[in-house]
Design a protein. Structure first.
Length: 190
């Protein structure tokens, strides 16, 4: 794929999805080497810091290798992207990286063995939010490719569980000799 076409595909298809995931465009660097990856250029680096920050490279959280829109997981171009991404990610000190055709297919792979990563048992088919990218970098290891990440929304209790929790809190207050209306008094600092 020509560099111009790749850039156009990134602009039209990938960047809007990254923006939807809450990834700030100023935290991206495109088609650049890092101190650790020279002479290999990463298609798209994502950092926790803006691209102009002096510690940008030390805060890189993932690499995205971009292929032609016709590329699909398992084809020759995709396998080449996995090998290239793995090399660059390892040199940068990342535990994982992404391969995408910028439009229809995106996958995450372990830099340790090049095998696919999942989050909470689900295959990643898009670049996720920064908190999930952090979890990936913290948890992926040679022995682990399933990242555990539960959002607060997925842990909201049902009504019975919530009532049970309130009942438990009430019993704790009772055990401390605090009755209704006195909860606030006991929490005040004298």
């Amino acid at each position: 794929m020509s560099k111009r076409r790749e850039d156009t595909d990134i602009d039209h298809f990938l960047l809007p999805r990254l923006k939807e995931a809450g990834i700030d465009p100023t935290h991206l660097r495109r088609n650049e080497t890092t101190r650790r990856t020279t002479p290999y250029r990463g298609d798209l680096w994502i950092s926790l810091l803006p691209h102009s920050h002096e510690d940008y490279e030390d805060s890189i959280i993932t690499l995205i290798e971009c292929k032609d829109r016709k590329a699909t997981p398992g084809d020759r171009d995709w396998k080449t992207a996995i090998a290239d991404g793995r090399l660059k990610a390892k040199r940068q000190g990342l535990k994982a990286f992404f391969v995408t055709n910028t439009e229809t297919h995106t996958r995450s792979y372990s830099a340790h063995d090049g095998l696919e990563i999942s989050v909470d048992g689900e295959v990643l088919n898009t670049v996720p939010t920064i908190p999930i990218l952090r979890a990936i970098q913290a948890q992926v290891s040679p022995a682990r490719r399933n990242v555990l990440y539960r959002t607060f929304a997925s842990r909201i209790p049902n009504a019975n569980s919530f009532r049970s929790s309130l009942w438990s809190i009430r019993q704790i207050f009772r055990a401390k000799g605090i009755s209704r209306g006195e909860e606030d008094k006991s929490l005040r600092v004298h």
